[in-house]
Design a binder for this molecule. Structure first.
Ligand code: DX5
Ligand code: ZN
Length: 216
């Protein structure tokens, strides 16, 4: 049984006490904080902007794993660059020139991730597999936390895991949406290396147990 890293999504945190909630969760053994940015255009929801993330700069003791669910992300990439930002992930479906966007993120010294929605075939990323640092496979339709895990994400994880093994690519494989202690083993066994979990961590009765069970 493979182990994975975990990146709890602050979208599921208590926004009325965001700093305290993040401080609590990160004290329980996590590797990243997942920052879900939604613009109400690419996805039918609005979450928060760069200033909310930056309000955590003095609190966050783990790097930011930024997930931009926004149209034309090049407009805002600089806004999410902080000393604590490790990944900025854009959606394949939101970019008119993915090569340019990846170069843009890398020019800022930040690792570049690309995410695909459940309806997008994994092969679309083939031209860029040698250039990206992270692939984010969505296991829910982006836009909301607390949704049901979609099994059709599993073959995509296996696909990227095989491609990585065959070609020695450097990207890490992340999965996002509907994952908790009961189903995390499915994606771990398929080869995922980093798991996003929002409600399964922030809403857990025992957050430490939830994190341990998800990581394996
Ligand atoms: C959905 C977001 C996910 C979501 C995960 O658009 O990208 O990161 O917040 O939340 P859970 O783990 O509750 O599905
Ligand atoms: Zn996300």
């Amino acid at each position: 049984m493979e182990k994975a890293m975990i990146s709890p999504s602050i979208l599921a945190a208590d926004f009325a006490r965001l700093g305290a909630d993040v401080a609590d969760v990160q004290s329980r053994g996590i590797e990243y904080l997942h920052i879900d940015v939604m613009d109400g255009a690419f996805v039918p929801n609005i979450s928060f902007g760069p200033d909310v993330m930056k309000s955590l700069n003095g609190i966050a003791s783990v790097p930011y794993d930024v997930h931009l669910m926004i149209e034309d992300p090049d407009r805002y990439i600089e806004k999410f660059v902080t000393d604590n930002t490790e990944f900025i992930t854009v959606h394949y479906e939101a970019c008119s020139d993915l090569s340019h966007t990846l170069e843009h993120i890398h020019s800022l010294g930040i690792k570049a991730g690309v995410s695909i929605k459940p309806g997008t075939a994994p092969e679309v990323l083939n031209p860029w597999l040698g250039d990206i640092d992270l692939i984010l496979v969505m296991s829910v339709e982006p836009g909301f936390g607390g949704q049901k895990f979609m099994e059709n994400s599993v073959p995509k994880i296996s696909y990227y895991s095989s491609k990585k093994a065959e070609n020695g690519y450097g990207y890490i494989i992340e999965v996002d949406g509907g994952i908790g202690p009961a189903n995390a083993h499915i994606v771990r066994d398929a080869g995922v290396e980093l798991i996003v979990a929002g409600s399964a961590v922030f809403k857990a009765a025992d957050r430490t147990e939830a994190i341990k069970a998800i990581k394996g």
